[in-house]
Write a protein that binds this ligand. Structure first.
Ligand SMILES: Cc1ncc(COP(=O)(O)O)c(C=O)c1O
Length: 370
């Protein structure tokens, strides 16, 4: 593929040396790399605390598990998101209620949320769709006036800000992904940040509920289990990649911005683009086509020109077979269905230059005018 949809932005020397240090040290868990990565992510986002996890899904599950430990119930969930957003609700013993998205941005429709929320709801989760920050002022009004917990799914949103504040810092927890297609890559990996001052409980539950990490035991076997927990820790090898990725974060985000702005120079593309509000971290350039068959035709053309594309997301979550069977409550999902059936996501990552984007833009523009 000449122009892949995504490619980790690694430098042979930096990422490789960092991995080699772990290899040479023989310390693969409970090491300094995860601590350094957490510190760096905390500084980058402005969080009070950051806790590394094995992936974003693990972080989301942890977050819902902890926030609903004493009180389960309905949780507002966007219909247009990755299935992980909803799985975390179900796996923590809660009940998702699916809400449609705005057609302009793909973010959850907050007017619909206000219409359905009542005291049977214990929480809300949202996704900053494609790296576009949700309207957090409205979200916090809903959350505060209905006494809901809030989990922000920031899987595609490293670098995204609302009103100057990094996303993930508004809710109780914000969960990030470092899967290879994301802004920063650790192979698999995730981070949970919080507006709360301490993550002691989260750190405990992500590591079996054991009260003392390996490093804090004076003698082998000296620990107690004070809670029942998971094993969702991030190992040292991905953390070693994460540290190097943090050093590149600003450059990665500005390359994404330049590529996104280049697509906007093509009027046919701009006319079909989802709006990405200020502060978006430009995960991809998403357009809505006239029909599903037009999307298939464009996908074919892109494939034959070795241009990668993707679909975010191929179904409203409620329409996947497993969720259909469970038949959770939902609003109308008309907008989510349009995005699922007619949208296409184009690459903006730093593995592509502005010249590359001009080539891709010209091919698509020609297709749309034919
Ligand atoms: C919105 C959203 N949430 C969660 C995830 C899952 O992230 P991870 O693969 O790190 O578990 C994804 C993956 O693409 C996603 O798009």
């Amino acid at each position: 593929m000449k122009f892949p949809f995504a490619k980790p932005f690694f430098n042979d020397d930096e990422e490789f040396s960092s991995i080699k240090e772990v290899y040479d040290s023989g310390i693969f868990v409970h090491g300094k790399k995860t601590e350094d990565f957490e510190r760096s992510f905390k500084d980058f986002t402005g969080a009070i605390s950051a806790s590394s996890v094995s992936n974003c899904t693990a972080g989301l599950h942890l977050a819902h598990h902890m926030l609903s430990f004493d009180r389960k119930g309905k949780v507002i969930c966007p219909a247009m998101t990755h299935v992980a957003t909803a799985n975390a609700i179900v796996l923590s013993g809660n009940t998702p209620v699916f809400v449609d998205c705005e057609i302009a941005t793909g973010n959850i429709d907050l007017d619909l949320v206000s219409e359905i929320v009542d005291d049977s709801f214990v929480g809300m989760t949202l996704v900053h769709f494609n790296g576009s920050p949700c309207n957090m002022e409205k979200v916090m009004d809903i959350v505060n006036s209905n006494n809901l917990y809030l989990v922000e799914d920031c899987a595609l949103a490293v670098g995204a800000k609302y009103d100057g504040k990094h996303v993930g810092l508004f809710g109780d927890y914000g969960c990030f992904s470092f899967h290879p297609a994301k802004q920063l890559c650790t192979g698999e990996g995730g981070m949970v940040i919080s507006r709360h001052g301490t993550q002691v409980d989260l750190d405990l539950i992500k590591a079996f509920g054991v009260d003392r990490s390996f490093l804090n035991r004076s003698l082998p076997g000296q620990y107690d289990v004070t809670s029942i927990g998971f094993n969702y820790r991030m190992p040292e090898l991905p953390a070693a990649l994460g540290i190097e990725q943090m050093n590149k974060a600003d450059n990665i985000l500005s390359a994404r911005e330049a590529n996104y702005q280049t697509y906007l120079q093509f009027p046919e593309l701009k006319a079909r683009a989802l709006i990405q509000p200020d502060g978006s971290s430009r995960y991809s350039f998403i357009m809505i086509l006239d029909s599903n068959s037009q999307r298939i035709a464009l996908q074919d053309i892109l494939k034959s020109n070795e241009i990668g594309s993707s679909v975010y997301y191929p179904n409203p979550v409620s329409e996947f077979s497993a969720y259909k069977k469970l038949n959770f409550q939902k609003t109308s999902i008309d907008n989510a269905s349009i995005i699922a059936n007619q949208s296409i996501a184009l690459p903006v990552g730093p593995h592509l230059s502005v010249d590359n984007i001009n080539i891709i833009g010209n091919i698509i523009s020609h297709f749309l005018q034919s």
